[in-house]
Design a protein around this ligand. Structure first.
Ligand code: SAH
Ligand code: SF4
Ligand code: F3S
Length: 439
């Protein structure tokens, strides 16, 4: 392999969860700090980073079709780096299956991208899937740009080992970023235009830290500290785990005005038998009691969840219990997935596989129930007055898009700008967005 010219332009494509989006932004900032510039939309890039997701089979297979699509008409390829969770889980396989990939870098090692690109330019193929806890954050360049709504990873990894899930293997053990670093990064984001910060973690509410005086503090203390940053208007977080919900977090929803009335609390199934097989460490009942307490603290809170249908051994009765749970909660929004057996996870070897046809049918029924509730939630907001944080221009001239406190997509017309908080009345709701007028 000949030595190639240094890449002048890059593109980072992120798949999967918001944490990958955050990592993608930090990789882009790192590459920019090296003197490269982002390739304009649609233009060819010298370096392409595929920041991949391993959560379900379809997501993981996507990387190979994407690599294929990067081949240029003359047969050449850009310098391809595969990052993210597929890189972590299947680095060697990627190198073997896809000769055009020059760099494989895991989610905890991407601060080393520049030197790896150098090695790739010299003709080597570079792999780094080390998991040095927290070090990447110490060496990444400081945040330099921020959208009106910005992400901030505060916690990574997972110790829960749900039997279906790859995250404990691809992201490693739970680690919390230090309190001071987070306050600094939040301030930087706000200085650069962020008005809303979404705190990210696989189990964001497992975050633990020490304040300036060395006192051990938990997730809700962090929220209360961020609340004191003057120009910051809104705080959100995702994803939280039922097991790590504390009294303090529930109370914060009633007390911290910048904390938005929205809670994504995955449950996965409405059957205790399935929850046990999934190693979820909560029951249907304990989950419902948690939600009730959140609703008592913040009556208008919008609830969201994740569901898996077709977990091994799931019977029609188990599935109907899930539908019953959905009916009982009335989610404002929820995500549902067909079980995907992931290599190396205990559930991949469990008996009682549910057929593809049954999984399809259950997913459709579940999604119909979720869509029904989502529309009902949005319809119930018609006539409500609220603030919208403007995030971008709409498709029509003079149209603006933003989010309500309940994370609904809202569009309105008139004078405004990105980053503005605009008071509106919600007028007409559809399943996925709401039209509003300024007041
Ligand atoms: N850390 C988060 C979720 C991470 S993955 C949490 O625990 O809440 C996001 C969602 O993907 C999960 O909540 C689950 O619903 C789904 N998921 C994870 N592994 C899956 C698998 N093997 N098959 C299907 N869905 C899966
Ligand atoms: Fe996966 Fe469970 Fe950890 Fe969530 S809590 S990341 S579903 S193992
Ligand atoms: Fe996917 Fe990794 Fe996120 S597997 S969901 S990108 S933590």
């Amino acid at each position: 392999m000949q030595k190639t010219a240094p890449p002048a332009t890059y593109r980072v494509k992120s798949f999967g969860c918001q944490m990958n989006v955050y990592d993608g932004e930090r990789m882009a900032e790192l590459l920019s700090a090296q003197g490269m510039s982002a390739a304009p939309d649609g233009a060819d890039a010298d370096l392409v980073v595929l920041n991949t997701c391993h959560i379900r089979e379809k997501a993981a297979e996507k990387v190979y079709s994407d690599i294929g699509r990067l081949r240029r008409e003359d047969g050449s390829s850009p310098l391809i780096a595969v990052a993210g969770c597929v890189a972590q889980a299947e680095g060697e396989e990627i190198m073997a299956r896809a000769p055009s990939v020059r760099v494989v870098v895991g989610p905890q090692a991407y601060h080393r991208l520049p030197e790896m690109i150098e090695r790739a330019r010299a003709g080597e193929r570079a792999t780094d899937t080390d998991m040095p806890a927290n070090t990447k954050f110490d060496v990444l360049p400081p945040r330099r740009r921020a959208a009106a709504s910005a992400f901030l990873t505060i916690q990574e990894g997972c110790n829960k080992f749900c039997t279906y899930c790859v995250v404990p293997y691809t992201r490693g053990a739970e680690i919390s970023r230090p309190f001071n670093d987070l306050i600094d990064e939040a301030r930087k984001l706000v200085e650069n235009g962020a008005r809303e910060i979404t705190l990210l973690g696989q189990n964001v509410n497992a975050w633990r830290g020490e304040d300036a005086g060395g006192t051990v503090i938990s997730f809700d203390d962090l929220i209360r500290s961020l609340d004191k940053i003057p120009e910051l208007q809104r705080i959100r977080y995702t994803t939280s785990h039922p097991m790590d919900v504390t009294d303090g977090l529930i109370a914060a929803h009633g007390e911290v005005t910048k904390l938005m009335p929205y809670l994504h609390l995955p449950v996965q199934s409405g059957s205790d038998r399935m929850l046990k097989a999934m190693n979820r460490s909560h029951s249907v009942d304990s989950y419902l009691r948690l939600l009730e307490r959140f609703r008592a603290a913040r009556p208008d809170i919008a609830l969201s969840g994740d569901f898996i249908v077709g977990f091994p051994g799931e019977t029609e009765q188990d599935f109907e219990d899930t539908l019953r749970l959905v009916d009982a909660v009335g989610y404002a929004q929820a995500y549902s997935f067909k079980f995907s057996p992931r290599p190396g996870t205990p559930a991949a070897d469990m008996d009682g596989a549910v057929t593809a046809a049954v999984m399809d049918e259950r997913l459709q029924r579940l999604q119909a129930a979720i869509n029904r509730d989502q529309l009902a939630f949005n319809k119930a907001s018609e006539g409500r007055r609220c603030a919208v944080l403007v995030e971008r221009n709409g498709r029509k001239p003079g149209q603006w898009l933003g989010k309500s406190p309940w994370l609904q997509s809202v569009h309105f017309e008139g004078e405004s700008e990105i980053g503005a908080m605009v008071d509106v009345e919600l007028v007409e709701a559809g399943p996925n967005s709401i039209s509003a007028k300024r007041i």
